[in-house]
Write a protein that binds this ligand. Structure first.
Ligand SMILES: Cc1cc2nc3c(=O)[nH]c(=O)nc-3n(C[C@H](O)[C@H](O)[C@H](O)COP(=O)(O)OP(=O)(O)OC[C@H]3O[C@@H](n4cnc5c(N)ncnc54)[C@H](O)[C@@H]3O)c2cc1C
Length: 376
């Protein structure tokens, strides 16, 4: 006999696991299908969290390392330091973080099936039948990432604009200030985005870059550039991660009567910073509650509730067009030491969630923190 669920979720990463946890806590019979054999078996993200995530989700401190500020480098490697009192970023042990989210979802009562891919679904009168397994669910959430099969199967919106990102994990890099997220502007190597380097949770350096297609991110070329400022003689590559990041903003159609998308599948990633973990967690949580309200309490369809709650990124989509135009390197070199660039960079790094809020605007006029430029 077929197993019956209230909610089936395709994808057991940030959006899917948080959605599962909240849905199960609300009393929904919840199933997660994840094609990877175990949580975090293959990490594709850099895994940097913003302060708000740590506070809201109470991420265990053993899985993270605080990074207090940003060092932003111009193409010719002049730099400025950017800080915001009380703000920080968190490097994560991303595989273990995923295991922790999975455990939380399991403890809440969700049924997690790892090593089990979503293989399609068939809408029935009162449920969705999951193909290839004897199971039905009243609602289906596609939390299956940037190239969502759920979106494709149900004729929902597809992500069409991507950055491609690649990252190496290294031991033996010296000279990397551990208190800084080192960010590199370079139109040739990382058009449309930046390169980055920082010390992660176990002292392992994470070095990567992302670029707008058709330019492929070239980690070796980036490392060659970094050899001008860090000691890479003893550097040894011990791991790689990477993938695509949707930066076109929320997809147009992200729900039908019994299906909705969350996280990357719905394009809920900042088109400007390409940060998507915070928004994946948030959208998964919101989706769970909207579905529970609908199924259990007769509230309006989740799409009506989430239409306002899922971010649209109007400002950030506009700014993405500017980034895609990739200003010339000489301009970035000329601007790196100027107040307008520092102010703009601080706004992006420290007010990324409420860009153009009153707080962000007031920050524009505040005196700048001490600048430590090496010639910039
Ligand atoms: C190189 C890179 C660096 C990044 N760095 C950061 C960063 O530092 N900070 C940040 O905030 N964001 C970052 N992002 C973005 C961030 O990783 C994503 O926005 C976030 O992971 C989205 O979470 P999600 O749960 O929606 O989707 P994903 O994390 O993509 O998870 C989708 C899950 O669905 C599973 N899946 C896919 N298809 C199926 C199927 N058919 N059946 C079952 N399971 C399936 C996948 O295995 C995966 O586990 C980065 C992205 C990349 C590629």
């Amino acid at each position: 006999m077929a197993s019956h669920y209230d909610l089936a979720i395709a994808g057991g990463s940030f959006a899917g696991l948080v959605c599962a946890r909240s849905a199960a806590l609300r009393g929904l019979r919840t199933l997660v299908l994840e094609r990877q054999p175990a949580p975090g078996a293959r990490v594709r993200t850099t895994g940097i969290l913003v302060k708000e995530v740590a506070e809201r989700w109470e991420v265990p401190s053993r899985l993270v390392r605080r990074i207090r500020g940003v060092r932003l480098y111009s193409p010719s490697l002049s730099h400025i330091d950017l800080d915001s009192p009380g703000y920080y970023f968190l490097a994560t042990d991303t595989a273990r973080l995923m295991t922790w989210f999975a455990r939380e979802a399991g403890q809440a009562g969700a049924e997690l099936r790892f090593g089990r891919a979503y293989r399609g679904a068939q809408p029935q009168a009162d449920a969705i039948e999951l193909l290839g397994m004897d199971a039905r669910a009243r609602f289906l959430v596609g939390a299956d990432g940037p190239r969502s099969a759920v979106a494709r199967d149900f004729g929902l919106g597809l992500n069409r604009q991507f950055l491609a990102g690649i990252e190496g994990e290294y031991v033996g890099i010296r000279g990397l200030d551990p208190d800084r997220l080192h960010c590199f502007i370079d139109r040739r190597l990382a058009p449309g985005y930046i390169g980055w380097a920082f010390i992660g949770v176990h002292g392992i350096a994470q070095v990567g870059l992302a670029s707008r297609s058709p330019v492929k991110p070239d980690l070796d070329a980036f490392m060659a550039k970094l050899s001008g400022i860090f000691d890479l003689q003893g550097a040894r590559l011990i791991g790689r991660r990477g993938g695509v990041i949707p930066v076109g903003g929320r997809v147009k159609n992200w729900a039908t009567d019994r299906v909705l998308l969350a996280g990357d599948a719905a394009g809920i990633v900042s088109p400007l910073t390409a940060g998507g973990i915070h928004t994946a967690l948030d959208s998964g949580w919101r989706a769970a509650h909207a579905i529970a309200d609908h199924l259990m309490d007769g509230a309006p369809h989740p799409a009506r509730i989430l239409g306002d709650a899922y971010p649209r990124f109007l400002w950030k989509r506009g700014l993405r067009r500017l980034l895609d135009a990739a200003p010339p390197d000489w301009l970035a070199d000329a601007l790196i030491s100027t107040k307008p660039l520092r102010v703009a960079a601080r706004t992006v790094y420290f007010h990324h969630r409420d860009l153009m809020s009153a707080r962000a605007w007031s920050d524009l006029w505040k005196s700048e923190p001490r600048r430590r430029a090496n010639g910039g």
